[in-house]
Design a protein around this ligand. Structure first.
Ligand SMILES: Nc1ncnc2c1ncn2[C@@H]1O[C@H](COP(=O)(O)OP(=O)(O)OP(=O)(O)O)[C@@H](O)[C@H]1O
Ligand SMILES: [Mg+2]
Length: 490
């Protein structure tokens, strides 16, 4: 091959192993449980923090209302305003409130001690209009690290005077901030623990859930040709997996059945081959034992030939059955006139039948057509006729009949022979099954004739059945799918 023809082979990409089922279930379980906990705790945090905000706004609004009222009713009594304010507000232990009242020129009339150290007048927001409700407070952090809510409003002085005052209110919410920060810290701790717990819990749940799968795997791993009897105990499994296990067990049943049948078949083949080979060997040994006249050698050779014929028939039948069972087997179907075909087979066996003193008769309508493999059809009917001839005494009758029944064609071979006892009937289609075991070793009988008929019927999508009454006769019916043309009965 020239270098031009050379095919470049791309380096194989490393195949990425997909995640195991346990890992996926764990990830899904842990992920969703964690998201749920995160959502729930986040929502609780949001509720807490908005409630605190609303409470703070309400508190400041109340203070504004009170101060405005005091300024309107006792405009000159700054001291009592100061005292009243302090007394009322002291109730709030952790949240300090600063108040400053300025006149229009910006002069401070009242101020909570220590207020200007934390909060100058400039840090406050623009005051709201004189009759307007206080809006939202502004939040700032001072140089000392404390957090304040600031509010500035205008207030009337006296009931009817034109004068006004500027009230600056500051509320220390550092304690609340600390509370929220502590809450957040606990949340992260809880979430971290929850994540680890969800992952561990999820993994345990996934492992427990998948234990039956591991059991199925274990059983499958133990199965060998010699231990096909192993089954999965599926009663404790959940519904989905018990169906899997039951299907798996059914598969094992079928496999075991096939294996046993094959083993029996092999043993039977060995047994069947041994008889003719032993016969040939024995006869050859006896013949060679001493000097004999030529007629005796001829007789031995004739007997050996008979055994060879039996062997050939046996091997031919076995080969046929093996091919018929192969899934690749194709049959060559052609449209044949069933009645005509039965007559042809009859002609073939006519001589043998009349030699046995039997009447061989065909009853079939004209134009009864079917899609059939001609050679196989002849072989199946031939086998049935050979059986009938072999088991019917002289002066008996053998009938070949073909009829249409719905979309099927029935081919029947009946005789007036010795019949088959009911206990043997279910087995006659088995390979190597012979009713009369005493005659089993006769070179004519192999015990595969009916098995071949059955496999030919199966190959055509049909069935075969047998009915028999001892001392009255046997009736074998092959039922094949037929064409839906109405035949003209004759
Ligand atoms: N028409 C029949 N009347 C009575 N017994 C029958 C008839 N057909 C089959 N049998 C019984 O069923 C057994 C199985 O038949 P089958 O055709 O499979 O084998 P066989 O005739 O013994 O051998 P082979 O057909 O392979 O040469 C026979 O041994 C025979 O005892
Ligand atoms: Mg037979």
């Amino acid at each position: 091959m020239s270098s031009k023809d050379a095919v470049e082979v791309a380096p194989a990409k490393p195949v990425r192993r997909p995640w195991s089922l346990a890992a996926r279930l764990t990830a899904w379980y842990a992920g969703s449980a964690f998201l749920l906990i995160l959502g729930a705790t986040g929502f609780l945090y949001w509720v807490l923090s908005t409630n605190l905000d609303r409470e703070d706004d309400q508190f400041l609004a109340d203070k504004v209302h009170l101060l405005r009222k005091l300024l309107r009713e006792r405009p000159d009594d700054i001291k009592s305003i100061e005292r009243e304010a302090e007394e009322e507000w002291a109730a709030r232990q952790y949240a300090q409130v600063f108040v400053r009242i300025l006149d229009t020129s910006g002069r401070s009339l009242l101020e909570t001690p220590g207020m200007s150290k934390e909060l100058t007048t400039e840090v406050f927001p623009q005051a709201t209009a004189i009759d307007a409700e206080p809006g939202r407070a502004r939040e700032i952090e001072t140089a000392s690290g404390r957090t304040f809510l600031l509010l500035a409003v205008q207030a009337h002085v006296g009931r009817s005077g034109p004068e006004s005052r500027l009230i600056q209110l500051a509320f220390d919410r550092s304690y609340e901030e600390e509370l929220l920060a502590g809450y957040r810290r606990n949340l992260w701790l809880v979430l971290g623990i929850a994540l680890v717990a969800c992952a561990l819990g999820g993994y345990q749940i996934a492992r427990r859930g998948l234990r039956p799968v591991a059991e199925v795997t274990d059983t499958a791993r133990q199965i060998r040709a010699t231990s096909l009897g192993a089954r999965i105990e599926a009663t404790r499994f959940p519904a989905e997996l018990s169906t899997l296990a039951a299907t798996f067990n059914e598969m094992l049943d079928r496999l075991e059945e096939s294996f046993n049948r094959l083993a029996r078949f092999s043993a039977d083949i060995a047994h069947e081959l041994r008889t003719p080979v032993n016969n040939i060997r024995g006869e050859a040994e006896v013949a060679l034992g001493k000097e004999r006249p030529p007629e005796e050698y001829r007789e031995v050779l004739g007997s050996c030939l008979e055994e060879c014929v039996r062997l050939t028939r046996l091997i031919d039948s076995l080969l046929f059955l093996a091919r018929a069972e192969s899934p690749q087997t194709q049959i060559v179907k052609e449209t044949i006139d069933v009645g005509r075909e039965l007559s042809l087979v009859r002609d073939f066996y006519e001589a043998a039948a009349s030699e046995a003193g039997l009447k061989l008769q065909v009853i079939a309508p004209d134009g009864l057509e079917a899609e059939i493999d001609r050679t196989l059809f002849q072989r199946a009917v031939g086998n049935l006729i050979a059986n009938a001839i072999a088991h019917t005494a002289a002066n008996g009758a053998i009938k070949l009949a073909a009829t249409r029944s719905g979309d099927r064609i029935q081919i029947e071979v009946s005789d007036s022979g010795c019949g088959i006892a009911p206990e043997h009937l279910p087995h006659v289609f088995d390979r190597f099954y012979r009713v009369d075991q005493a005659r089993a070793n006769s070179s004519a009988r192999v015990g595969l004739g009916l098995a071949i008929v059955k496999s030919i019927a199966t190959l055509h999508g049909g069935t075969v059945s047998i009915a028999s009454t001892p001392h009255q006769g046997t009736h074998v019916t092959i039922s094949l799918p037929g064409r839906q043309t109405a035949p003209s009965e004759s």
